[in-house]
Write a protein that binds this ligand. Sequence first.
Ligand code: GRF
Length: 187
Amino acid sequence: MVKKNACVFISGYGSNLKSLISNSRNQNFPINIKLVITNNKHAKGIIFAKQNSIPILIINTKKNSFENDILREIRKYKISLICLAGYMKIISKKFINNFGKKIINIHPSLLPKFKGLDTFKRVLNNNEKKTGCTVHFVNDKLDGGKTILQKSFFIKKSDNIKTLKYKTQKLEHRAFSEAIINIYRYD
Ligand code: GRF
């Protein structure tokens, strides 16, 4: 199998990045992570990238041309899949069109419910019975593209923001990789 080159965008802890890096070591996993991009020079995920000798690009989103800087780097590494893993910036329509290949995102709710931030708090306040995570293609609408897969669990009375986050993230680590396998299943 010829693996595709992927780039992971992060802004924070990078637990999803870590699980993608670990799964990509399997020769049957369809991608290799060739580049990590972050808008936050303090993102913990940078450490995982460094430990695995993956090049890191730290971008300055205050610069007007920052998306062009990303595109230039992405072309250099022949990236055909972008994985947004806790990247806290909206990607412009222009960037999506210029890249022209697949971009996927992971979100900690059962979309279309609870788009945006503060998901766990809103899930609890809404007395939801179930929650989970969604991996979806990215379009120019916030958390808006076509769903690739979702994983869910039942919420217990004793759950709070911390436990929901823990349970959701555990599912996310499986969901992200399964979604990538699904995308390339027939390639
Ligand atoms: C995840 O919960 C993801 O759903 C959301 O941001 C979080 C990133 O976590 N988009 P991590 O940085 O991968 O640990």
